[in-house]
Design a protein around this ligand. Structure first.
Ligand code: IKT
Length: 342
């Protein structure tokens, strides 16, 4: 497992931080990255520092899906000396994908079927390997499940929801559930402080706003940066989310741990501070074989950043999926079914 090559689709907060985290991981070589207007490929390994400094501070508010600012000056990946401008970035990566073990899809998913459709393009091109996404919404998992047979025939191992939540925290819930023979409730409660990280993570914030009761995913996609800023101001920079449609529920259900309706996800986002406004906690309540009722609790340290807690696991699940793929295991997997590799 010391020879895993991977590509990143999207160089917003998640795409770029994944590249950065991979520098600290043994045996993971990033060989391709793209955004809407540029693609960089080097099968011997990208120069991550150069790519990061070229893209740092110039991503667009859609989280890296776009790369041209109002000035018309080329920004994003196209600004890297390793990159070329392109109108077909995903196809360009697909064309190079024969030698790529895994592809991390780090694109905003404002249209629910967007990630499944990206997967279809890899299938149509004959790709066999690993696809990993960090999607959030419960309803997308069914769309991927429908493709299970196709992925199996293609030799694709697809890991869905491999960020923090769903992802890391779903996996933690699956471990915490092992004490019980009956799980009654899973509560996931996250805290994110994003003062200095706000610019980098505007795509994630936009996705979060779609979870507020007054908005939906279409509103969030269409809103201007100013309108997003107004929503944040209306909440004095601290927004609480309850009953988020996060795929942790269906991912825990499909792993046989509990019913989807017994899972709740919520949290607090504070863009006025880098401190977490609340401790990220997973509480799993259930009954043991010998009749005791209890709650197992898993907490993240307040000092570990969202970037660390999303991108470490995303790469951990990617490595795990490559191992499965090499062993001939194909289809759709969730984070409650795989233990991420370190
Ligand atoms: C995600 O990207 O996984 C979801 C985001 C929450 C991250 C929780 C991180 C918790 C922590 O670092 O303590 C959010 C819903 N966009």
């Amino acid at each position: 497992m010391n020879d895993v090559t991977f590509a990143v689709l999207g160089t917003g907060g998640i795409g770029r931080r994944t590249l950065e985290v991979s520098k600290h991981k043994d045996g993971l070589t990033p060989v391709a990255a793209c955004d809407r207007h540029g693609v960089a490929v080097d099968h011997d390994g990208l120069d991550v520092d150069e790519l990061l400094s070229a893209t740092e501070g110039n991503i667009a508010s859609d989280g890296g899906a776009s790369a041209v600012k109002e000035t018309g000056e080329m920004k994003g990946v196209a600004a890297s000396t390793q990159a070329v401008s392109t109108d077909t970035p995903i196809d360009d990566i697909i064309a190079e994908s024969d030698d790529i073990d895994a592809v991390l899809i780090a694109l905003p998913n404002f249209e629910h079927d967007f990630i499944p459709r990206v997967a279809d393009r890899f299938v149509d091109a004959g790709y066999s390997g690993v696809l990993v996404d960090v999607l959030k919404r419960s309803r997308v998992i069914g769309m991927l499940d429908e493709r299970t047979e196709t992925f199996e025939e293609s030799g694709i191992t697809f890991v869905c929801g491999a960020g923090a939540t769903p992802g890391f925290l779903t996996g933690a819930a699956a471990l915490a559930a092992q004490s019980f023979v009956e799980v009654d409730e899973v509560e996931i409660w996250w805290g994110v402080g994003l003062k200095s990280g706000y610019e980098d993570n505007r795509g994630t914030v936009r996705e979060d706003i779609a979870h507020l009761p007054e908005y939906d995913i279409n509103d969030a996609r269409e809103m201007s940066d100013e309108e997003i800023a107004e929503v944040i101001d209306e909440h004095d920079g601290v927004i609480e989310f309850n009953d988020m449609e996060h795929a942790d529920d269906v991912l825990l259900e499909r792993a046989g741990i509990c019913d989807a309706e017994d899972v709740t996800v919520g949290g607090i986002l504070d863009v006025t501070s880098d401190e977490k406004p609340t401790t990220t906690t997973v509480r799993v309540t259930g009954t043991t074989f010998d009749g005791e009722r209890g709650t197992n609790t898993f907490q993240l340290d307040d000092n570990t950043s969202m970037e660390a807690n999303v991108n470490g696991p995303a790469l951990g699940y990617l490595k795990s999926a490559v191992r499965r793929n090499r062993a001939g295991e194909y289809g759709v997997f969730g984070p409650a079914e795989l233990l991420p590799q370190f």
